[in-house]
Write a protein that binds this ligand. Structure first.
Ligand code: SF4
Length: 229
């Protein structure tokens, strides 16, 4: 279908020179613990079900996480946290993810990164974000019709989502509603109404310090599940 076509097109994109170099350097250099594994080293398309009730959006894949496995939010500590929670609330079939052939799948859910290539220091430039935005908008266009909620992992993901929704003609309030953990806003879009949910990013910085607990993460994902009916 159209999602598969989008995936095929994005997977060969080389529009951001800095990110192309980084994603490929990391894939060639490889972290020691993954030295025996193939790295994806290319743009990461969204993954999960084709007609999701729930979207989970982030900013960009991690160099040794998504950039290795080819699936965003897997293969690193943040992904471990996220998938443990997704499994607890019934949105993933297993709690852990090791590599692309591990049998993991999402239930009623699709995950998308606003920027498709792993950036150095996990930080895309504003220009890179804008260059990748058409890919993001296209995937949202194709998945919003079935989606009832969108969980944003972190403020950067939230900002990128609201920018994309605005560009797609959604009725995003002005000034933009504030990001926070467990905030929720109903936003009418040309593809139907969605509830946007804020969630602190499951980064080690947030999970080590207790800013984000398992219970807090589960609560937001459960809320998304409830909204999806
Ligand atoms: Fe292409 Fe997006 Fe990767 Fe830039 S970040 S090279 S626009 S897929």
């Amino acid at each position: 279908g159209e999602l598969a076509e989008l995936e095929a097109r994005v997977s060969v994109c080389r529009a951001c020179p800095r990110l192309v170099e980084w994603r490929e350097d990391v894939a060639v250099g490889k972290r020691k613990s993954f030295a025996d594994q193939p790295y994806w080293g290319r743009p990461i398309p969204g993954w999960g079900v084709a007609e999701p009730r729930i979207l989970i959006v982030g900013l960009a894949p991690a160099a040794n996480g998504g950039n290795r496995t080819g699936r965003v939010f897997t293969g690193d500590r943040s992904g471990d946290w996220l998938f443990a929670s997704l499994h607890r609330v019934g949105l993933a079939n297993q709690a852990t993810s090791e590599h692309a052939g591990d049998g993991l799948h999402l239930i009623g859910t699709r995950m998308i990164a606003a920027v498709r290539c792993a950036p150095p220091a996990n930080k895309p430039t504003p220009e890179e974000r804008d260059t990748c935005a058409p890919w993001y908008r296209r995937e949202l266009e194709l998945t919003l019709p079935s989606a009832s909620s969108i969980v944003c992992l972190g403020k950067f993901a939230y900002d990128a989502l609201l920018a994309a929704l605005t560009a797609l003609g959604a009725d995003v309030p002005r000034p933009r509603p504030k990001f926070g953990h467990a905030v929720e806003y109903r936003i009418p879009t040309p593809y139907g109404e969605v509830t946007v949910l804020g969630c602190f990013h499951p980064s080690q910085q947030n999970t080590f310090t207790g800013k984000l607990t398992e219970r807090m993460l589960d609560a937001v994902l459960l809320r998304a599940k409830t909204l999806s009916g």
